[in-house]
Design a protein around this ligand. Structure first.
Ligand code: ADP
Ligand code: MG
Length: 363
C-alpha cells in the first residue's frame, strides 16, 4: 500500500448562508501523521473533512496534497479514502460489492478487484465474509467494511468522521486499537474526527481542538493537557475543575486571582494573561489533596465514587463550588470535615473562554 502524503489547508473557510461553519483556517498535516480533530457538535469538524475529501468546496482558501493544489479537483481524483459518520454502506450490495465500489468506479480490471477486496477484508479481519449481505453484519463488522472500502483504493490520505460513534464501548475500544495498528503498519496520513476525548488521546500523534469553526489549539495530547490555552480547551481534554475569578496580578510566570467566596488562588500563568480580567484556575482532579481538617480550604465530601484503582471524590467548598479529586483507592476516604489543597505549581491560570452562540456542548 502507498505511503502517506502531507495535507495542508491554507486559509480554508466555508460559510453556509449566514453560518460560518469554518473560519479561515491554516493546518498542516505531515505525511504519515495521525491527526485528530476534537470538538463539540457544530464546531466545523465534518466541514473541514469534507473540504479535504472534495465533497464540499471551500468559500476561500486552498487544499494542498504533497504541495499540489487540489482545491479544484473533484473528489474521485484526489485518492482520498473517507469513512463516514454513519458508514454509508450500500445495503443492497454484499460486503465485497461495497468494498469493490471505489475500484469499479476507477475502472480497475476484475481480477485485480477480486485480489484487492481479499487483501482489504483481511486487513480489517473480515476474511471470507465477502458474500455476506450488509444486513447480516453486526455494527462493528459494518464499521470494518466501511474501513475496508476506504482502504482498498490505497488512498494517500485516510479521513474518518466519528467512525466509531455507533459502537458500544467495548467494541469501540477494540476497533480503536485496530485502526491504530493499521496506521502503525502502513503509515498512512490520517485525519480522524471525534468528540470523544479518550479516543483522541488513545489514537493521535497530534490533536486539534475545534471550537466555533476554528482550531482553538493544536498540539500533542500532553501539550494540550498540560498547557491548554484557555478554559475551553482545558475542559474539553481531560477531567478538570475550573475556579472562575478576577485576575489580581501576573508576575514572573505566576498569576493570582480572586475567586468569589473563596479568596486568592495562585498558579502558573498561561500565555497572554496580562491585562485580562475574567480568568479561571484549572485544577486537575489528580492534583487535589484531600486531608482531614487542617490548613487549606475547608470542604465537605459530597460524593464518593469507587473506580477500582482510584476513588473519585466530589468535595464542596465554602463558596458552594464542587471540586472533583481523584486518589488511589488504597488511601481510603477521610471521615468528617476535610480541607483540600494543591501545589500552586500544578495549577494553571487561564483566560476564561466565553460560550459561543452556535455551541452545543457535548457531554
Ligand atoms: N450543508 C449545510 N448547510 C447549512 N449549514 C451547515 C451545513 N453543513 C454544516 N452546517 C453548519 O455548519 C456548522 C459546522 O457543522 P459541522 O462541520 O457539521 O460540525 P461538526 O462536524 O463539528 O459537528 C454547524 O453550525 C452546522 O449546522
Ligand atoms: Mg460532524
Amino acid at each position: 500500500m502507498s505511503a502517506g502524503r502531507s495535507v495542508a489547508f491554507a486559509g480554508i473557510a466555508r460559510s453556509f448562508g449566514a453560518v460560518q461553519a469554518l473560519r479561515p483556517t491554516d493546518l498542516a498535516v505531515a505525511a504519515g501523521e495521525f491527526l485528530t480533530l476534537l470538538g463539540p457538535s457544530g464546531s466545523g469538524k465534518t466541514t473541514l473533512l469534507n473540504i479535504a475529501a472534495g465533497y464540499i468546496a471551500p468559500s476561500a482558501g486552498r487544499v494542498l496534497i504533497d504541495g499540489r493544489d487540489v482545491t479544484a479537483l473533484p473528489a474521485r481524483q484526489r485518492n482520498i479514502g473517507m469513512v463516514f459518520q454513519n458508514y454509508a454502506l450500500f445495503p443492497h450490495l454484499t460486503v465485497a460489492g461495497n468494498v469493490a465500489y471505489g475500484l469499479k468506479a476507477r475502472g480497475r480490471p476484475a481480477d485485480e478487484i477480486a485480489r484487492r477486496i481479499g487483501d482489504a477484508l483481511a486487513l480489517v479481519q473480515l476474511d471470507g465474509l465477502g458474500e455476506r449481505a450488509i444486513s447480516a453484519l453486526s455494527g462493528g463488522q459494518q464499521q470494518r467494511v466501511a474501513l475496508a472500502r476506504a482502504l482498498v483504493i490505497e488512498p494517500d490520505v485516510l479521513l474518518m468522521d466519528e467512525p466509531l460513534g455507533a459502537l458500544d464501548r467495548q467494541l469501540r475500544k477494540h476497533v480503536q486499537l485496530e485502526i491504530r495498528r493499521l496506521h502503525r503498519e502502513h503509515g498512512r496520513t490520517t485525519i480522524y474526527v471525534t468528540h470523544d476525548q479518550e479516543e483522541a488521546l488513545v489514537m493521535s500523534d497530534r490533536i486539534g481542538v475545534m471550537r466555533d469553526g476554528r482550531i482553538a489549539q493544536l498540539g500533542t495530547a500532553r501539550e494540550l493537557y498540560e498547557n491548554p490555552i484557555d478554559s475551553f480547551v482545558a475542559s474539553f481534554l481531560g477531567e478538570s475543575n475550573l475556579l472562575d475569578g478576577r485576575l489580581i496580578s501576573v508576575n514572573h510566570g505566576r498569576a493570582r486571582l480572586d475567586v468569589p467566596g473563596l479568596g486568592v488562588v495562585e498558579g502558573v500563568a498561561a500565555d497572554g494573561l496580562e491585562g485580562m480580567s475574567d480568568v479561571a484556575a484549572l485544577v486537575r482532579p489528580e492534583d487535589v489533596a484531600v486531608e482531614p481538617a487542617r490548613g487549606g480550604w475547608p470542604a465537605r465530601i459530597e460524593e464518593v465514587v469507587y473506580l477500582g484503582d482510584l476513588t473519585a471524590l466530589k468535595v464542596r467548598l465554602a463558596n458552594g463550588q464542587d471540586i472533583w479529586c481523584r486518589r488511589h483507592a488504597r488511601l481510603g476516604v477521610p471521615a468528617g470535615a476535610v480541607t483540600i489543597g494543591w501545589e500552586a505549581a500544578a495549577i494553571r491560570i487561564l483566560p476564561r473562554s466565553q460560550p459561543t452562540k452556535t455551541e452545543e456542548r457535548t457531554p
